[in-house]
Design a protein around this ligand. Structure first.
Ligand code: 7TS
Length: 406
């Protein structure tokens, strides 16, 4: 387990909700922010604020250094070969849409296949549905195993020579499943398809190495990994990005503008139209510094331990169903569950009355809810600042909820 001292870095955790000390178990939706990140953003606005890439003045140069410095931090964080492969955008959703519109429109034709799975987040479903409709392509789903994992055999059965794109989440935001991305990428490449990875729930919790995975694109959001909202990353292999058309046009992304024709800047700026998300990128850079100083391997270990402890303790509650893999080693730090005969919204409301924040609903995964045959679930998700005491409070809160509704 990580040190409890970490909690002190997160000022928001030091408060009472409804008369109880806050237990925050909704980090899969968005994580809390450490003082170091809040200060990096405040300091940027206090001392360095300016537009980037165009100034000859000192503030402009400082802002540019902060922004481009953050890009280098992201490059190292995911082990990309070059900063040209790191594009800042609003978040995972925008990044996935950019691939669907930029790469997809250019490369997918009628009758081609796009392969996703039943566990995807809406952000990794709808961009492909739209592309498939536009192009007359076929959207195919890899079915899940009973425990909510993916079998490589089923991936092999689904991907064919007509498949142009395989797009799969690294870690599930509902089941906690960690998918074998490297092996799936090999299958996609063997059929000449590209591999897109939705890394929204992976980047905060485990070490990602895009060169080892050999994926073609990777999308993630800053706000789930201790960074601010409104900043995210699209990683793409340089040769693919070079061939891909931008999807946003305007200032910042151009080289030459004529009356009827224009040309684009080189990578990565070709995809960053308009004044970029400067403070957001600097905040994300500070978040990466913070996570790396603690260690992604340590964070992953901490979460496996907490998930294991939570699953152990929660399974002692009668009438409580936990979804996803039973082996805590096979899942990230979250537990999705239902209490018999109590709607998850009611569970979450009683927990909130006791100072405990969990999420209830479909978690932006309606096809997965259908697969699980439920309309909604409750979800407790953990991060580096959570402790065994938080899990104890959750279990106590669930007992109160059960008594209340019985
Ligand atoms: N992909 C996955 C796997 C996610 O969990 C999320 C957000 C997204 C994509 C979209 O990220 P965004 O930052 O662009 O919104 N997941 C959740 C969640 O589980 N609860 O709230 C948001």
């Amino acid at each position: 387990m990580l040190s409890k001292e970490i909690r002190k870095d997160f000022p928001i955790l030091d408060q009472e909700i409804n008369g109880y000390p806050l237990v925050y178990l909704d980090s899969a939706a968005t994580s809390q922010k450490p003082r170091q990140v809040i200060e990096a953003i405040t300091n940027y606005y206090k001392y360095d604020n300016s537009n980037v890439h165009r100034g000859v003045h000192t503030l402009g140069n400082r802002a540019t250094e902060g922004y481009e410095g953050a890009r280098e931090k992201v490059r190292k964080f995911i082990n990309a070969k070059s900063t040209q492969e790191v594009i800042f955008m609003r978040g995972a959703t925008t990044a996935l849409n950019t691939v669907a519109q930029g790469y997809g429109r250019q490369n997918v034709e009628e009758g081609d296949e796009i392969v996703i799975t039943h566990m995807e987040h809406h952000s990794n479903i709808i961009p492909w549905q739209q592309l498939a409709k536009e192009k007359g392509a076929i959207l195919k789903y890899v079915d899940l195993e009973e425990d909510g994992t993916l079998s490589l055999d089923k991936v092999r059965e689904t991907v064919t020579d007509r498949t142009k794109i395989v797009s799969i989440m690294y870690v599930s935001n509902v089941l906690g499943t960690m998918n074998p991305i490297k092996e799936i990428t090999e299958i996609a490449h063997a059929h000449g398809a590209i591999m897109v990875v939705d890394g929204a729930q992976a980047a905060p919790h485990l070490k990602i190495d895009v060169q080892k995975l050999d994926c073609d694109f990777l999308a993630f959001s800053g706000h789930k990994m201790c960074g601010p909202t409104g900043i995210g990353v699209l990683y793409g292999k340089k040769d693919l990005l070079n061939k891909m058309e931008p999807v946003e046009f305007g200032g910042e992304m151009i080289d030459f503008v004529g009356l009827y024709e224009s040309t684009w800047k080189e990578l990565p700026w070709k995809f960053e139209g308009g004044t970029p998300i400067i403070a957001g990128a600097i905040g994300l850079g500070a978040a990466i510094d913070y996570l790396e100083q603690i260690g992604l391997d340590e964070i992953e270990k901490h979460e496996h331990e907490l998930a294991g402890y939570a699953m152990d303790r929660m399974s002692s509650i009668e009438g409580l169903t936990i979804y996803g893999p039973k082996d805590p080693g096979k899942r990230a730090g979250l537990v999705t569950f239902n209490l018999d005969n109590v709607h998850p919204h009611d569970v979450a409301t009683v927990l909130d009355m006791n100072g405990i924040a969990v999420r209830a609903g479909h978690h932006c995964a309606q096809p997965l809810m259908k697969w699980l045959d439920v309309s909604a679930t409750a979800r407790a998700s953990f991060y580096l600042y959570n402790t065994e005491e938080d899990v104890d409070r959750l279990v106590e809160g669930l007992r109160i909820a059960k008594e209340y509704f019985e």
